[in-house]
Design a protein around this ligand. Structure first.
Ligand code: GLU
Length: 441
């Protein structure tokens, strides 16, 4: 059975880059009728915070990315210790004692000599007595996994055939000197024991994947299918990594972006499929195919979310936005005509209040010099209330007959006088609303 997971480290709020990973894994699981696991990668006790675990769950729920179960790495430390013991017994695990400064120096030397900065495995040559001495002097060492120096190959769902020379990669540290288990081994143990069949993650994990494939094999597990999506860049192709902090999902929600707008964009961005607003998650699931994504960096422009949000809002009945309409100050009995008028003219629900203020307080009329006489003349012809959907047509017809104006020369001055703006809602829908509200005055 298809099983995927989204495995964030709870060290911050999740952003659009994380969403791309979460969504792809979610869609694969749902399309196959499989299981989607939310795995909290919290083996780092210093940096992992409970508030971020809660925030990650809230953000995913807001988007409707429901998980089938939650797993926490901090609950599974005994499984990792067990795997580490097995690797030790196999002779694939060794203790190394270099300090960060020493490692840095080695790397610099290698680079100076034009060599790749790969760990030189000096620790493999230490005798037991030397290790005891180093341990006495420096404390416990780190534990590194001994890679087999052969090519590591896999067929990537996005990148295609990948082949990495293990000798070009440092033996990964799997356990830190303080005993903290690192993600590289924890993830392998979890993916294997939880029967994860498909792993989609960012292309910054490609080298990890190579080493993890060897660890999985050493531990006798089955390799999942891997796919590495490209990283997001800004609209001009600039690196987004530093700005991702400002693209947290909760900030987007705060700015009025709607889940279906965000999901419609992120489920297709970087693929050969067109980006279209979808109204249901089911449509996104149905049309999703990881193989249609390209390896090239993917441009992301936060501004693209707003037209999609506007379009989504336009499609909604009042019942879905009643709360926001009420919050804007609109009385319940006017909510229906107000929403009918406003929904075509907002980008986010945050814009509702300005329209309501206009209906309630009126606008400063915008009257051009050449219309100074025209406006009072037209106002004198306004029919008696109550206004309805027909009133605008009846009124403008009468004004046309009396003044000889037509087309834009007729409508635009009236719009500007009533709304103070050159663009906005259909006047036929707005007019009854203005009058009802003024009449209550
Ligand atoms: N916790 C890892 C990360 O956030 C998970 C990577 C993975 O999907 O394996 O980068």
């Amino acid at each position: 059975m298809t099983t995927t997971r989204f495995a964030p480290s709870p060290t911050g709020f999740i952003h659009v880059g994380n969403l791309r990973t979460a969504l792809m894994n979610y869609l694969i699981a749902r399309k196959a009728g499989g299981t989607f696991i939310l795995r909290i990668d919290d083996t780092d006790p210093e940096r992992s915070k409970e508030e971020y675990v809660d925030a990650i769950k809230q953000d995913l729920e807001w988007l409707g990315l429901h998980w089938d179960r939650v797993e926490r790495q901090s609950d599974r430390l005994d499984h990792y210790a067990d795997a580490a013991d097995r690797l030790r017994k196999m002779g694939r695990f060794y203790e190394a004692f270099e300090t960060p400064t020493e490692l840095d120096l080695k790397r610099k030397k290698q680079l100076n000599m034009g060599k790749p900065p790969v760990y030189d495995r000096a620790a493999l040559n230490l005798s037991d007595a030397e290790k005891d001495a180093l341990r006495a002097e420096r404390g416990t060492g780190v534990w590194r996994f001994k890679l087999d120096h052969e090519r590591i190959e896999w067929n990537d769902g996005i990148l295609g055939d990948i082949s990495i020379d293990a000798a070009s990669v440092s033996d990964p540290v799997l356990i830190k000197a303080d005993g903290q288990v690192l993600y590289t081994i924890a993830s392998v143990v979890d993916d294997t024991e939880m029967g994860v069949t498909d792993v989609v993650r960012g292309s910054d994990h490609v080298t990890n994947t190579a080493t993890q494939i060897q660890i999985i094999k050493a531990l006798g597990g089955a390799c999942p299918r891997f796919a590495h999506h490209s990283l997001l860049t800004g609209p001009q192709g600039e690196a987004l990594s530093k700005r991702l902090g400002t693209l947290a999902l909760r900030d987007l929600r705060e700015q009025g972006v709607k889940p279906m707008a965000l999901l419609s964009l992120m489920a297709r961005l970087g693929s050969s499929d067109p980006i279209e607003l979808r109204s249901e998650m089911a449509e996104l699931i149905e049309g999703f195919d990881i193989n249609r994504f390209g390896a090239a960096p993917t441009k992301f422009d936060v501004q693209d979310l707003f037209p999609l949000t506007a379009k989504h809002l336009q499609s909604l009945p009042l019942s879905e936005v009643a709360e926001a309409v009420a919050e804007a100050g609109v009385p319940a009995d006017l909510a229906e005509p107000f929403w009918a008028m406003a929904r075509e003219n907002i980008t986010t629900l945050g814009d509702l209040k300005a329209w309501w203020d206009l209906c309630r307080d009126g606008a400063d009329p915008l009257i051009a010099d050449e219309d100074r006489d025209f406006i009072p003349e037209a106002m004198a012809l306004l029919p008696e209330g109550p206004f309805d959907g027909e009133t605008w047509g009846i009124w403008t017809k009468a004004v046309k007959e009396a003044t000889g104006r037509k087309g834009k020369g007729l409508f635009m001055p009236l719009r500007k006088a009533l709304t103070g703006m050159e663009r906005g809602p259909e006047m036929a829908t707005l007019l009854p609303l203005l009058q009802v509200i003024r009449a209550r005055g």
